[in-house]
Design a binder for this molecule. Structure first.
Ligand code: RP5
Length: 166
């Protein structure tokens, strides 16, 4: 799967200004060698582009979508309404924002039947890792890479504890 050039993860965001946060999801894709694409799609400014993206995502070969937006962050939920693919939402703290709560609540509070897996404010890294883990559920090699990543995290924290203790 990872040798194919067809993007498997679609990373979308409402504005170019979200890239400072959403870039971390793309970095995770690069680390795990997952073919991916990064696209600006706005629920409010480019609604037709949003519908097209949502309707075509599956047939283009995407398997997970990561959607980040700030403020009235309707992008993840709207995409989730248009596709059978799992959608991970990243609430972005926009410059005009009530501490990010606007983004968090508008992504988190989805109605029954249309889930969006919401990560912490500005945490596109976790969205990337979750996407890798979703793909890894049906891919032994990728799952093994995730296990290695987790061991490395553990060693890093172990190293910190040792330094504090000595
Ligand atoms: C949202 O509005 C975007 O996702 C962004 O987080 C926020 C601000 O967008 P810009 O005014 O910076 O383009 O649609």
């Amino acid at each position: 799967m990872r040798n194919s050039s067809v993007p498997r993860v679609g990373i979308i965001m409402g504005s170019q200004s979200d890239l400072r946060v959403m870039g971390a999801a793309a970095e995770v894709m690069e680390r795990f060698e997952i073919p991916h694409e990064v696209t600006i799609v706005s629920a409010h400014r480019t609604p037709e582009r949003l519908v097209r993206y949502g309707r075509e995502a599956e047939s283009r070969g995407l398997r997970v979508i990561i959607a980040g937006a700030g403020g009235a962050a309707h992008l993840p939920g709207m995409i989730a309404s248009l596709t059978p693919l799992p959608v991970i939402g990243v609430p972005v703290k926009a410059s005009i924002s009530i501490d990010g709560w606007d983004s968090i609540l508008s992504i988190l509070q989805m109605p029954g039947g249309v889930p969006v897996a919401t990560v912490a404010l500005d945490n596109a890294q976790n969205a990337g890792l979750l996407a890798v883990q979703i793909l890894g559920a049906a891919d032994d090699e990728l799952r093994a890479k995730v296990a290695t990543y987790k061991r490395e995290l553990e060693e890093k924290v172990g190293g910190m504890v040792d330094r504090v203790a000595t």
